[in-house]
Design a protein around this ligand. Structure first.
Ligand SMILES: [Ca+2]
Ligand SMILES: [Ca+2]
Length: 229
């Protein structure tokens, strides 16, 4: 789950929901680190490739946005609990890979996937909805997903986004570069924010992303910081 800082919470209160929604993708790299891994090895997600397209120009990596159709079943009795074909007005759904936006089983099981590929994931409870369950999902439930990848786009944490932000191509982001990018994005979405707001936001981003506190966000810090793997 993405946790908001107090600054982001303040932003959300200032802006109307549609603007917030647009900005959410951009700001999703502002999230808090999770603790170090557990001592007991986690059960893995089982990945089966049901269909692999002949041509594959690009494979998914962490930070990419993925558009998928999927069906979710309970392993126990094989019953369907969700289908984008049936429940989502028949529309596929977007998410960003590898940033805890979706269950861990998806973040782990949908890397290296091609457009047109179909996978079946068997997700143990610890990589799904855990001991608590959620909504229709009872506690301690193993889930099976059939997932079709429809489209890949550059996400906010992709190398492509990094390159766009890194104006002088030195493979690290200065505060000025991050500020320029935010300003451009805010303007593009029609949000009016004054300079001091940008500064606060930049400071907030650096406090979380600049792990070695050298005053720059390196490519590694940008793409991989706070990933659990
Ligand atoms: Ca730079
Ligand atoms: Ca750094």
């Amino acid at each position: 789950m993405v946790r908001e800082s107090h600054v982001l919470k303040a932003r959300r209160q200032l802006w109307k929901p549609p603007e917030w929604k647009l900005l959410f993708g951009l700001l999703s790299f502002v999230f808090v680190a999770f603790g170090t891994g557990a001592l007991i090895p986690e059960p893995e997600v089982k990945i089966e490739t049901l269909h692999k397209p002949f041509i594959c120009k690009r494979k998914t990596q962490r930070g990419d946005m993925m558009l998928v159709h999927y069906e979710g079943y309970f392993e126990k009795d094989g019953s369907l609990f969700h289908s984008t074909h049936k429940h989502n007005d028949g529309q596929p759904t977007w998410f960003t890979l590898g940033i805890n936006e979706v269950i861990k089983g998806w973040d782990k099981g949908l890397v290296g996937m091609c457009v047109g590929e179909k996978r079946r994931l068997t997700v143990p409870p610890s990589l799904g909805y855990g001991k608590e369950g959620k909504g229709k999902i009872p506690p301690e439930t193993t889930l099976i997903f059939n997932i079709d990848l429809v489209e890949i786009r550059n996400g906010p944490r992709s190398h492509e986004s990094f390159q766009e932000m890194d104006l002088n191509d030195d493979w690290k982001l200065s505060k000025e570069e991050v500020k320029m990018y935010l300003k451009k994005e805010f303007e593009r979405h029609g949000a009016v924010v004054n300079d001091s707001h940008h500064d606060t936001l930049v400071e907030d981003i650096f406090s979380k992303e600049d792990e070695d506190t050298d005053g720059f966000i390196s490519a590694r810090e940008f793409v991989y910081t706070h990933d659990e793997l």
